[in-house]
Design a protein around this ligand. Structure first.
Ligand code: KIV
Ligand code: ZN
Length: 533
């Protein structure tokens, strides 16, 4: 890899660390879809998964390597513990990629050595050296992470890093595994590494950090000022516990404050060259896709991609923005690909061509079949809702097109409720075998009644752990988006659906989550049957 010392490498780990968010499990097709979106976004490296972890993870890394890891595409990376079997699996899964990277790691802090690894510092130093060399025997591009680096004795850390680079690591990554550090401390750690590891000029210095104290992005920005050139981050900041540093926040900080950061990368302050390769106009779309597929909702006040990030409520602010946007806005919503959500662009008289053109402008490339499906749904919505905004269109496309195959299909949902009646629901579902089944149930509320009726038909054991409704746009006729999360054993399955009727959206979201759970149960049965043979 080039010596990217004058620009920032964006290493996206949405599909690996991001997928470690509770309940964010993705199937192979969804991972592939996200990987394509990350490639359009312009990330330099996609950490596609942890190939050794399961056959599903291996398949996802391999498919992403072959379909997204093209010559002019991003580097495709797989995580691997510092264990031969892990590294070998990573190398095999990455084989189809034009540019592959093995990312191997081992803990180096005393607390991890004593309680988790039960090994001495000398033993870990040897393992790190040997496993980096082993990874290097498969490919040139090798990244090494001393896990819990922030709580590792700094002299020992320098020693491990020097040995890893000598063994062939081309990137050394400094993780704040537990989200403990603060910006000035982290900056000093990165400076210490740059000053004290003798062969540091042979590797790119990378940072990885969790957001337990809400400081991950600030820590990374300080790290850049002290020599870090690769940022490991995720879309919407998803990830283990409180998540990872958010890609969109880092990229937009470097975009909006370019003049401030330029000199730290050896450029004149006034240079207009972007600091990253990211196409910022893809940010909003990618954020929605990831939220949609993982079922992890973006909080409304989330920086850059939250629903309120560009909304002005106070009269003073609105007055200022109308006179000159820059009075209260530091960036333009269009720079992240967000079109004005108040812009009414379509209604029930809009034709198929206008619909197709607008979707194209919003970046959706649909096949003829998908376009037809989406158009039928658009007409249904337009009958109920006079004005359709870009946000509504995006919800329609996400709901109708980008969904896993339907196993159970909702044919009918009917509820009766009110302050003098017991909430009662009737549902008709088509089963995967094509049979139509109807049942009814009474619940504590209409949604509870629907879910009980659906459970009577499907008989799929599960525990509902999250139900939330968000409106896509303002107004009484707004499209409501329902997100559901179910737990079965130790896994969580999500479903999301949008409709002007939130009762219908609730039923559809539940069916989508159940379909995922059902598909996973079928897969388990298939594997068990193979093992039995
Ligand atoms: O948080 C962490 O330390 C990690 C490593 C595997 C890089 O995710
Ligand atoms: Zn991590």
């Amino acid at each position: 890899m080039d010596n990217f010392q004058d620009r920032i490498i964006i290493f996206d780990t949405t599909l690996r660390d991001g997928e470690q968010s509770p309940g964010a499990t993705l199937n192979v097709e969804e991972k592939l879809e996200i990987a394509h979106a990350l490639s359009r976004l312009g990330v330099d490296v996609i950490e596609a998964g942890f190939a050794f972890a399961s056959p599903g993870d291996f398949e996802a890394v391999e498919k992403i390597a072959s379909q997204v890891g093209t010559e002019d595409g991003p580097v495709i990376c797989s995580l691997a513990r510092a264990i031969k079997a892990d590294i070998k699996a990573a190398a095999e899964a990455l084989a189809p990629a034009a540019k592959g990277r093995i990312h191997t790691f081992i803990s180096t802090s005393d607390i991890h050595l004593e309680y988790q690894l039960k090994k001495s510092r000398a033993e870990v130093l040897d393992i790190a050296t040997e496993m980096v060399a082993y990874a290097k025997s498969f490919m040139d591009d090798v990244e090494f992470s001393p896990m819990d680096a922030v709580r590792t004795d700094s002299e020992y850390l320098y020693q491990v890093l020097e040995a890893a680079i000598a063994a062939g690591a081309t990137t050394i990554n400094i993780p704040d595994t537990v989200g403990y550090t603060t910006p000035s401390e982290f900056g000093a750690l990165i400076k210490g590494i740059c000053d004290n590891v003798p062969n540091i000029d042979r590797a790119v210095v990378s940072v990885h950090g969790h957001n337990d104290l809400g400081l991950a992005v600030a820590n990374f920005l300080e790290a850049i000022k002290n020599g870090a050139r690769q940022l490991e981050c995720t879309i919407n900041g998803i990830g283990e516990r409180a998540g990872n540093a958010a890609l969109e926040e880092l990229v937009m900080a470097l975009h909006v404050r370019r003049q401030y950061f330029n000199p730290f990368l050896g450029r004149p302050a006034e240079s207009t060259e972007p600091l990253t390769n990211i196409d910022t106009q893809q940010i909003y779309k990618t954020s929605r896709l990831v939220s949609n597929r993982t079922g992890v909702i973006v909080q409304p006040n989330k920086a850059i991609v939250g629903a309120n990030a560009f909304a002005h409520e106070s009269g003073i602010h609105q007055d200022g923005v109308l006179k000159n946007k820059l009075t209260y806005e530091i960036m333009d919503a269009q720079s992240i690909g967000l079109v004005d959500n108040q812009q009414i662009i379509m209604g029930k008289h809009s034709g198929r061509n206008a619909f197709r053109t607008r979707l194209g402008e919003l970046g959706f490339e649909l096949s003829e079949t998908d376009l037809n499906k989406a158009f039928v749904r658009f007409k249904e919505v337009a009958d109920k809702k006079k004005e359709i905004s870009d946000w509504d269109l995006e919800a329609i496309v996400s709901d109708e097109i980008r969904q896993p195959p339907e196993l159970f299909r909702l044919e009918l949902v009917q509820v009766s409720c009110g302050d003098r009646s017991r909430p009662t629901a009737t549902v008709t579902l088509r089963t995967p075998e094509g049979e139509e089944l109807t049942d009814a149930a009474i619940g504590t509320g209409p949604v509870d009644a629907i879910y009980k009726a659906i459970n009577r038909v499907t008989n799929i054991p599960n525990q509902l752990i999250e139900f939330s409704v968000q409106s896509v746009t303002a107004g009484i006729d707004a499209i409501g988006e329902v997100t559901i999360r179910l737990r079965y054993k130790d896994r969580v399955y999500s479903g999301r659906a949008a409709n002007t009727d939130i009762i219908v959206a609730s039923a559809r979201a539940y069916i989508k989550a159940l379909n995922r759970l059902y598909a996973a149960l079928q897969q388990e049965e298939k594997v068990a049957a193979q093992v039995a043979i």
